[in-house]
Design a protein around this ligand. Structure first.
Ligand code: FAD
Length: 303
C-alpha cells in the first residue's frame, strides 16, 4: 500500500505529492488529467516569481517536477469511490482497479459552471473568461459583460469596474441575488450597467469576442451589446460527486477541512479548489496541497 495517495493531479495534487515524497514515504498520484484546470488556461501572470507563462507550459513543468521524485503517477485514471476499511483507504478506479493507502489527499479540483450558449466554447480564452482575478487585467480599458448577478458575479463586476472601461451585468432573474452591501457598492460605480430579466442567448465574435446577445424577458426583444469580454459567473462546482457521503462537505459540495487540511475522516485530507477555501487560485492550491501533505505526514507518524 501507499503511505500517501493523492487523488487529483492539478497544482494542489502535484504539490501534495512532492511534499510527501520528500519525506521518503511511498507516494502515488492518480489523476483523470494530470495538470488539471491549468491545462485550459492561456496566460498565467499571478503565480508569484513567474512573471508570465502559459497554462500547458505550466502543467508540463508541474509534471516534470513531480517526476523528479519517486512518485507513482497514474494518469488518465478516473476515481469513482473511496472507502476506509480497517484503517486503510481503498480508492476505486473506473477501470475496476483498487489502490490502497494509509492516508489519502483529495485534490480533485472544481469546474466553472458553463452557460451553454453558442460562442462560449468557441471563444474560450478568446474573450470568454471565468476568473476575474486571473484574466481581468487582460481586458484593461475594454468593455465586458458579467453573466450572473449572484455574489460571485457582482464581486467580479466590482473588481472588473476598476480595470475595464465598462461592465454590463446580465442577470436572468428579475433582480440581483447578491448581498445587499455588494449591490450598493455596485450601484455606486459609474461604469457599471445592470440588466435584469436578461437571458443570454449567444456570445458573438470573429477571431475574438465582439459582443453578446440576450433576450429581454420582459419585452421578449432580442438585444445585442458590442464588447470584447464575457465573464461567466454562474457558479463553481467542486468535483466531489464521486465521493461518499461520510466525508463532510458544505452546501455546495466542497470538502470542509481544518487548518491541517484534514477532513472529518482521520487520515483523509483535502486541498485546493475541491475544498471550502473561498479563493481558488494556483498559488493558493499549491500552498494548500503542501499543508495537507504535511498534515498527512503528521497523521502517519502518530498512527
Ligand atoms: P484542478 O486544477 O481542478 O485539478 C484537479 C485534478 O483532479 C485534475 O488532475 C483532474 O483531472 C483530477 N480529477 C478530478 N476528478 C477526478 C476523479 N474523479 N478521479 C481522478 N482525478 C480526478 N489560477 C491562477 O492562479 N491564475 C490564473 O491565471 C488562472 N487562470 C485560470 C483560467 C482558467 C480558464 C481556469 C479554468 C482556471 C484558472 N485559474 C487560475 C484557477 C486555477 O487553475 C485553479 O485554482 C487550480 O488549478 C486549482 O488546482 P487544484 O489542484 O485544486 O484543482
Amino acid at each position: 500500500p501507499y503511505d500517501v495517495l493523492v487523488v487529483g493531479g492539478g497544482p494542489a495534487g502535484a504539490s501534495a505529492a512532492i511534499y510527501a515524497a520528500r519525506k521518503g514515504i511511498r507516494t502515488g498520484v492518480v489523476a483523470e488529467r494530470f495538470g488539471g484546470q491549468v491545462l485550459d488556461t492561456m496566460t498565467i501572470e499571478n503565480f508569484i516569481s513567474v512573471k508570465n507563462t502559459e497554462g500547458p507550459k505550466f502543467a508540463a513543468s508541474l509534471e516534470e517536477h513531480v517526476k523528479d521524485y519517486d512518485i507513482d503517477i497514474m494518469n488518465l485514471q478516473r476515481v469513482k469511490g473511496l472507502e476506509k476499511n480497517d484503517g486503510m483507504f481503498e480508492v476505486e478506479l473506473d477501470n475496476g482497479g483498487v489502490l490502497k493507502s494509509k492516508s489519502a489527499i483529495i485534490s480533485t479540483g472544481a469546474r466553472w459552471r458553463q452557460i451553454g450558449v453558442p460562442g462560449e466554447e468557441e471563444f474560450k480564452n478568446k474573450g470568454v473568461a471565468y476568473c476575474p482575478h486571473c484574466d481581468g487585467p487582460l481586458f484593461e480599458g475594454k468593455d465586458v459583460a458579467v453573466i450572473g448577478g449572484g455574489n460571485s458575479g457582482v464581486e467580479a463586476a466590482i473588481d472588473l469596474a476598476g480595470i475595464v472601461q465598462n461592465v454590463t451585468v446580465l442577470e436572468f432573474a428579475d433582480e440581483l441575488k447578491a448581498d445587499e452591501v455588494l449591490q450598493e457598492r455596485l450601484n455606486s460605480l459609474p461604469n457599471v450597467n445592470v440588466k435584469t430579466n436578461a437571458q443570454t442567448t449567444e456570445i458573438t465574435g470573429d477571431e475574438n469576442v465582439n459582443g453578446i446577445t440576450y433576450i429581454d424577458r420582459e419585452s421578449g426583444e432580442e438585444q445585442h451589446i458590442a464588447l470584447q469580454g464575457v465573464f461567466v459567473q454562474i457558479g463553481l462546482v467542486p468535483n466531489t460527486e464521486w465521493l461518499d457521503a461520510d466525508v463532510e462537505t458544505n452546501r455546495i459540495g466542497e470538502i470542509i477541512t481544518n487548518k491541517q487540511g484534514s477532513t472529518n475522516v482521520p487520515g483523509l485530507f483535502a486541498a485546493g479548489d475541491v475544498t471550502d477555501c473561498p479563493n481558488n487560485q494556483i498559488i493558493i492550491s499549491m500552498g494548500d496541497g503542501a499543508n495537507a501533505s504535511l498534515g498527512a505526514f503528521d497523521y502517519l507518524i502518530r498512527n
